[in-house]
Structures are given as structure tokens and as C-alpha cells.
Design a protein around this ligand. Structure first.
Ligand code: ATP
Length: 217
């Protein structure tokens, strides 16, 4: 069986300081995996490496049977792999819908109309404010739109970097619902968090990261 993601012996060093050390981790297809570790443990660095956004070495890095080391970021997007950064700024002058469509334009995603309809079904509130400019939204609304934007390419595997960080309780509940629905629909997800607060009820399995070292459980 092809795993949604398989990482073996991934290493990252920045200015010769090891940041990730011999990381191995597997995301089974259709499962949600928690990546739990304190600030500075290396969660963002791991996600950015998988997305090909920073230099790393790895014995093996495959998604759905494909070697990610050979793919550029836009090729990952076209294969349904996407990332919600912790710093998920929208383009303020563009409308909500334009922000959500941006990755489709940037990466040449052909079925964007179908994907947009799916996203609006998943998050009707985003559809409701689709014509507003991003700068007119509250912080909480912007977070939902950033997730919607990440879902434009991300229909197979999505990496969510601390999506609950700094989020008010009402929105956390809504985010939990939406993320739970992704898993219900068979997407594979990595969800990072600094502790287990929000992810405990969502994830199928957990990896812990401490000072750049990942362990199961
Ligand atoms: P946070 O929630 O704070 O982002 P994190 O678990 O995502 O935490 P990373 O952002 O991946 O952690 O950072 C891991 C370690 O790598 C930290 O010690 C950080 O200081 C270091 N680091 C990350 N990027 C750089 C960089 N460009 N230069 C130097 N050190 C860096």
C-alpha cells in the first residue's frame, strides 16, 4: 500500500546547526497524524522540508508512491499536497474568493471551479463573505479563509501548522469541525500543535518532536 507520506532519515541543518535529526515518520492514507512539540522543537521546519521550501537531506521522502525530492512546490500542489503555514497572511486588497483561487492560478490547477464549490460546501461562511476584501475580515474569519486557500490545492494530503494557535474558543470549535470533516472525507492530514489540547480528539496517531528528534506515540 502507498502511504500518504513516508519520511525516512530526514535531516536539516541551518548554518551547520542541526535542526531536524534523522526524522522518520509515516502518515497512513486517510489518517490524521498529530505532530506535537513545544515552540522551537522543529514542527515548522519539518513541514517546510516536506513541501520543498528549504534544503534538507533524506534517505526517503515519498507521498503516494512519488519521490517528493524530485518535485517542485507547484508540482506538489498539482498532486493535491498542500500546507497551511502558521503565518497565514492573506492578500488584503483581494477578495476572499480571489485569495482562495490564488493557488489555483499560481499552480495551474485545472479543476478550480469544482474545488471552490467543494470548499464552499465545507465552509459555507467563507462562501458568504466571498466578495469582501480580505482586509475587511476579522482575524478569525481570515483563518478560515487561509484554510480554504490551502484546500484549493490540498485534496489528498494537507499539512496544518498549529491551526489552533491564538484562536478564540468559538473558532476552535468550528476549525475542529472542518478538520474532522476532512478526515471523514478520507484526506490525509498532519496537524501540529504545541500540546495535545485540540488535536487529542481529532488524530488517529501521534508523533512527538523534541529538539528536532521525532518519536512515535
Ligand atoms: P514554533 O511554533 O515556534 O514555530 P516549531 O516547532 O515550528 O516552533 P521551528 O520553527 O521549526 O519550530 O524551529 C526549530 C528550530 O530551528 C528553532 O530552534 C529555531 O530557532 C531554529 N530555526 C528555524 N529557522 C531558523 C533559521 N532560519 N535560522 C536559524 N535557526 C532557525
Amino acid at each position: 500500500m502507498n502511504h500518504a507520506l513516508e519520511i525516512r532519515s530526514l535531516n536539516v541543518a541551518i548554518e551547520q546547526i542541526p535542526i531536524l535529526r534523522d526524522v522518520s515518520m509515516t502518515v497512513p492514507a486517510g489518517k490524521m497524524v498529530g505532530l506535537i512539540g513545544r515552540n522551537g522543537a522543529g514542527k515548522t521546519t519539518l513541514m517546510r522540508s516536506v513541501m520543498g521550501l528549504l534544503p534538507f537531506t533524506a534517505a526517503h521522502l515519498q507521498a503516494d508512491g512519488q519521490d517528493l525530492r524530485k518535485l517542485a512546490p507547484h508540482q506538489l500542489a498539482r498532486r493535491g499536497i498542500s500546507y497551511l503555514p502558521e503565518d497565514r497572511r492573506l492578500i488584503p486588497a483581494l477578495t476572499v474568493e480571489e485569495n482562495v483561487l490564488m493557488p489555483a492560478w499560481a499552480n495551474g490547477i485545472a479543476d478550480h471551479a469544482k474545488r471552490l464549490a467543494w470548499i464552499y460546501e465545507l465552509m459555507p461562511e467563507v462562501k458568504e463573505f466571498r466578495e469582501r476584501r480580505a482586509l475587511q475580515l476579522s482575524g478569525g474569519q481570515q483563518k478560515l479563509v487561509a484554510l480554504a486557500r490551502a484546500l484549493m490545492p490540498g485534496h489528498k494530503l494537507i499539512l496544518l501548522d498549529e491551526p489552533f494557535e491564538g484562536v478564540a474558543p468559538v473558532l476552535s470549535r468550528r476549525l475542529t469541525e472542518v478538520i474532522g470533516e476532512l478526515r471523514h472525507q478520507g484526506m490525509s492530514v498532519i496537524l501540529s500543535e504545541s500540546d495535545d489540547t485540540h488535536s487529542a480528539d481529532l488524530v488517529d496517531l501521534v508523533f512527538r518532536i523534541e529538539r528536532g528528534v521525532v518519536s512515535a506515540g
